[in-house]
Design a binder for this molecule. Structure first.
Ligand code: ATP
Ligand code: MG
Length: 320
């Protein structure tokens, strides 16, 4: 009997609501056998999450087979996935298993799913639906028992609309879709992750642990992180290797982070869950009127608006 690990998700560091919600959904889905689709920009932790799901599932003691769909040569994709019979094509000197056979009893992680050629998608659908597959060159259908986790940095929905991905396969895969949030949407996790990566790198190099000072952390929090957690990890590796044991200042950061344009700040921080802009505007207009005891010129001043713009906005929200 497999032994699902209760702390399989501990490796996913972060306490932002966005990540916590991802982990909650993943824990529930892990306990079932339904296919899971992981969406998210590059470096957001899709593979790490797939591994945690597998470790948390009843299939934890069975293999997790990782298949990168982007790396499959088009002519060999079917035989690599489903195997082939001896003599099925030139060079097929013996009967060979595919990735699906290796994942029998366990979990098949189909990474970069958006890159899977259209030509193989119908066969994969049949496999995802009822585990049926046929080796290339065989008339015989085999049944494989595996759990599918697919991942992509692409928007599969858009690909379906553009005719690059089969709708039926997409709908079969997206029953449980988990979107890994980009790092810029969970900036409160940056300090924790950075510390963790600095300690990890110091342990590996057997050197003293470096740390980022307040200014450096502020820079890190404002950087848009196109490469997400992987990019942060690389920057920590770079800092740990070059500045062991040092308190790292913002000037010590790599140029793309150090020299980024710092937006002029109003002091207002957008909450991670976002805001309702219209409601906020109504709120501010009403508060300004309250503070100025109904004096519209003063209220406009409080909001840095001309009287005309203020009146226009009052009218727009039916506040006059
Ligand atoms: N929440 C996290 N806590 C700790 N480490 C993380 C976290 N998220 C990602 N990482 C680390 O960041 C790196 C990138 O993660 P991963 O390979 O899972 O990303 P990915 O979404 O699969 O990226 P890609 O789309 O490029 O394949 C890995 O080293 C992973 O361990
Ligand atoms: Mg990946």
């Amino acid at each position: 009997m497999a032994t699902p690990s209760s702390n399989a998700f501990d490796q996913l560091l972060g306490s932002s609501p966005a990540l916590e919600s991802v982990i909650r959904t993943a824990q529930i889905a892990a306990a079932t056998d339904v296919p899971i689709l992981l969406e998210g920009e590059t470096g957001t932790g899709k593979e790490l999450l797939a591994k945690a799901i597998q470790q948390h599932s009843d299939r934890a003691s069975q293999p997790l087979v990782v298949l990168n769909c982007a790396a499959l040569p088009a002519q060999l994709v079917e035989s690599l996935l489903f195997g082939h019979e001896r003599g099925a094509f030139t060079g097929a000197s013996e009967r060979t298993d595919g990735y699906v056979h290796k994942a029998h009893g366990g979990t098949l992680f189909l990474d970069e799913m958006g890159e899977l050629p259209l030509s193989i998608q119908a066969k994969l659908l049949r496999f995802v639906e009822n585990g049926e597959c046929q080796r290339v060159g065989s008339q015989h259908t085999e049944i494989i028992d595996t759990r599918i986790i697919a991942a992509t940095h692409r928007n599969l929905n858009d690909m379906v609309r553009q005719g690059h991905f089969r709708a039926d396969l997409f709908y079969r895969l997206c029953v449980v879709t988990i979107r890994l949030p980009p790092l810029r949407e969970r900036s409160r996790d940056i300090a924790r992750l950075a510390n963790h990566f600095l300690i990890q790198a110091a342990n590996r190099h057997q050197s003293r642990v470096a740390r980022f000072n307040h200014d450096a952390l502020t820079r890190l929090k404002h950087y848009p992180w196109p490469g997400n957690v992987r990019e942060l990890k690389n920057i920590c590796e770079y800092s740990a290797a070059l500045m062991p044991g040092k308190v790292i200042d913002d000037n010590d950061l790599p140029p793309q982070i150090r020299d980024q344009h710092q937006p002029a700040s109003s002091g207002f921080t957008l909450p991670e869950q976002g805001i309702d802009m219209e409601m906020l505007e109504v709120d501010l207009l009403q508060q300004a009127l309250l503070y100025s005891h109904g004096n519209k010129s003063q209220a406009a001043k409080l909001l840095g608006l001309s009287r005309d713009t203020f009146l226009y906005r009052l009218k727009k929200h039916h506040l006059t």
